[in-house]
Design a protein around this ligand. Structure first.
Ligand SMILES: [Zn+2]
Ligand SMILES: [Zn+2]
Length: 716
């Protein structure tokens, strides 16, 4: 054990009255870096999702998943500190461990070479067989509790069914809702399950996720608590009085975008809730929010909760007098966490399992005496009908092609990110999590989850998704190639990772030459871009605007940029005669003001792509428009931008004899070969020198901007 003293994190200076000051000492036991079989050390950079249990003798058990070459491995560290491999498959993830009152310890996980099934194994005895218990071909997020009568499980399937298992399975499905992240607890009168489900409310800043409880049984109806905003990722705790505590992350009490820990109590059908006054404070720094809570009861009847901030984990102590200021478990470092954490209490000690920047940790906290629960208030259904969506221009679609979830360095689960785009009335969206970021890699199971979720949302009427990811290398000023998003036309995307075989632009281009895919670099004014390896058949696009600002041209930036990396603006590529179109994407990570550098508070309102694509604009048609560069970018508003040279439009190539006659509507700034020609109304006739040229326009509407893709003209 490496004792590690961490000072009190105080992120909530304005809620003094609600804050309990308690000293906590944190000691960290590092798992997963040097442990494992001696000839097969566990790779430290891809260990994920640790889960912890304490058996009736006080022994601590930890399980986690890790990548091993092309496979994933479920590892177990037993109460003697010995590590053993439980299972290996192409996909092996979502481990959960639990101890029973009879001294048994059980482990569940999902795995498969094709699809992924739920497995269950007793692990405190050697030589026990694992048992496959699922029937659907794709399953996720099993949760486990062990009673006097053995293990009870719950999980979700790709057919959006919640499945309960104890000796046999009972499924609850068939409704037109997205049900995810179930958890299970044992009340005195039997098991109880809760999950979150997405309601199809639109015209909202945040998607509408609600909590549902269900007593497993063929005839039992689920009970939904309708509230505005997001209540998701429930963690359950049965109370001695027979009620159920549900911790979740919530955006109703924060005012949106950022989520915070919230508690609900379900008591024989009656709901009440506790909102942390710290939830509504303004969040501006890097480590915003408190998501994916795990809770446990302290010896004195208080609660300890562990949550995931955007860039680190934190501990909350809850008692009758309210909530402590969150204790940061690490100094906030961008990307320094996995998305799941686990806490369990034995005696006066809390064991916290979580992924840190490069390893899994089990941290050991001596808990001060905190007793009682914070004050709950009755809460009733409040159905938010949403607002009318912005009126549509027939044949025009808008979407966000650049967004991140908690599976890389963003916040919220992947479905929340696409659900938000849908709730805001966008016509299409692409979730583009990083393949690798600050030492963390998108695991095969993460990639698989994004694939499945992306396909779910593509099936919604009037909404289209593409498969994509963000290929991520260091900035060019650190010998990297910068960042670029990859967009696939098909349903089976391959993750050509910068960490594993596509380390530079040339390798990525070679890999993508075998696919129906194209790339677009972004925030290149900050991290640079690799023009030297420009391949016009692969790099079809350039993301000109996002939360990071504009990468249009140095010296004439109509909105700010994060940095000024000379030679990496759109103007530099166009001046060199390169051919590409323009996309806009938010690059949202779920942080208000994008941790202080954003030009607006809402990180998801900082970039859009527009295209002409008739209804229904399916995946193939949308991808083809983007591939053909027939797009325009906006700074976040739904501005329709159009430019013509005769019959030829943005992204296309044409020829002209001496004069180039451009037409558009209204006042616009005309840019030739990356340099401003001037501001003109309703068009312009340009006498360009012989040779290859590009023309695009930039228009302004109420403080927002749009950029058409260039038209490429050979002047004879
Ligand atoms: Zn990036
Ligand atoms: Zn990004």
């Amino acid at each position: 054990m490496v004792p590690l003293l961490i000072g009190m994190g105080c992120t909530a200076p304005k809620a003094e009255d609600a804050v309990v000051r308690v000293p906590l000492e944190v000691g960290a036991t590092v798992l997963g870096v040097t442990r494992g079989e001696p000839d097969r050390p566990v790779p430290g950079t891809s260990n994920e999702a640790p889960t912890v249990a304490v058996d009736t003798s006080g022994g601590v058990w930890v399980a986690w998943t890790a990548r091993w070459e092309d496979d994933e491995v479920i590892w177990l560290q037993d109460s003697q500190g010995l590590t053993r491999e439980i299972a290996v498959a192409k996909l092996a993830s979502n481990p959960r461990i639990a101890a029973g009152p009879d001294g048994s310890v059980w482990l569940t996980w999902v795995m498969g070479d094709e699809g992924r099934h739920v497995y269950l194994q007793r692990v405190d005895l050697r030589d026990t067989e694992r048992q496959r218990i699922s029937h659907d071909p794709w399953n996720a997020h099993p949760a486990l509790v062990v009673g006097e009568d053995g293990p009870h499980l719950v999980w979700e399937t790709a057919s959006r069914t919640i499945v309960y298992f104890h000796e046999h399975t009972i499924g609850l499905g068939g409704l037109d809702v997205l049900r995810r992240r179930p958890d299970i607890a044992l009340l005195p009168d039997g098991p109880i399950v809760a999950w979150d489900e997405l309601q199809w409310t639109r015209g909202r800043v945040d998607p509408d996720y609600d909590l549902v409880v269900w007593r497993p049984g063929e005839k039992n109806e689920p009970q939904v608590l309708r509230r505005p905003g997001i209540q998701a990722a429930p963690d359950l705790l049965a109370q001695p009085d027979g009620s159920l505590l549900i911790a979740c992350h919530d955006s109703e009490s924060t005012g949106g975008i950022v989520k915070w820990l919230r508690l609900f109590r379900w008591d024989a059908g009656e709901w009440s809730s506790w909102e942390d006054p710290q939830a509504s404070l303004e969040h501006t720094g890097e480590n915003q929010g408190a998501e994916f809570p795990s809770i446990a009861r302290t010896r004195d009847g208080g609660l300890v909760a562990v949550t995931r901030g955007a860039h680190g984990h934190q501990v909350h102590l809850l008692s009758a007098s309210g909530a402590s200021a969150p204790l940061d478990l690490t100094r906030s470092v961008w990307g320094a966490r996995g998305w799941r954490q686990d806490v369990i209490v034995a005696g006066d000690t809390a064991y916290i399992a979580r992924r840190a920047r490069k390893e899994n940790l089990v941290e050991v906290l001596k808990l001060p005496a905190v007793s009682g629960l914070p004050p709950f208030s009755p809460v009733e259904d409040l159905v938010d009908e949403g607002a009318p969506l912005p009126s549509k221009v027939p044949g025009v679609v808008f979407g966000d092609v650049h967004m991140h979830s908690a599976l890389s360095d963003g916040t919220g689960p992947p479905d929340e990110i696409l659900a938000r785009a849908w709730a805001r009335g966008l016509d299409f969206a692409v979730l583009t999590d990083h393949d690798t970021i600050v030492g963390s890699q998108l695991s095969p199971s993460d990639h698989d989850e994004i694939r499945v979720v992306t396909d779910w949302f593509d099936h919604l009427a009037g909404f289209t998704t593409l498969h994509g990811y963000e290929w991520t290398t260091p900035p060019t000023w650190r010998e990297g190639s910068g960042h670029r998003n990859v967009y696939f036309s098909g349903a089976d995307p391959t993750l050509h990772s910068a960490a594993l075989g596509a380390p530079d632009t040339a390798a990525l281009n070679a890999a993508l030459a075998e696919e129906q895919a194209f790339t677009a670099p972004h925030h290149s004014s900050w991290t640079g871009t690799d023009w030297a390896n420009f391949d016009p058949s692969i790099q079809r696009q350039f993301e000109i605007v996002s939360v990071h600002g504009l990468s249009e041209m140095p010296g004439d930036q109509v909105i700010g940029a994060r940095w000024h990396e000379g030679g990496s603006y759109a103007s530099d590529g166009l001046a060199a005669g390169l051919v590409f179109g323009f996309l806009g994407g938010s690059d949202g990570h779920g942080l208000r003001w994008h941790h202080g550098i954003g030009r607006v508070e809402d990180p998801w309102a900082t970039g859009l792509t527009g295209a002409r694509c008739s209804d229904p604009c399916g995946r193939g048609a949308l991808w083809a428009e983007m591939y053909a560069r027939r797009t325009w970018a906006t700074s976040g508003a739904r501005i329709v931008a159009e430019l013509r040279i005769g019959e030829v439009g943005p992204g296309e190539e044409t020829v002209a004899d001496g004069e180039v006659s451009l037409t558009w509507t209204g006042t616009a700034t005309l840019v030739r070969d990356g340099a401003v020609l001037g501001e003109f109304a309703d068009g312009h006739v340009d006498r360009a020198p012989k040779g290859a040229h590009s023309y695009y326009i930039r228009i302004e509407r109420d403080g927002h901007y749009a950029w058409t893709s260039p038209i490429f003209v050979e002047v004879r």
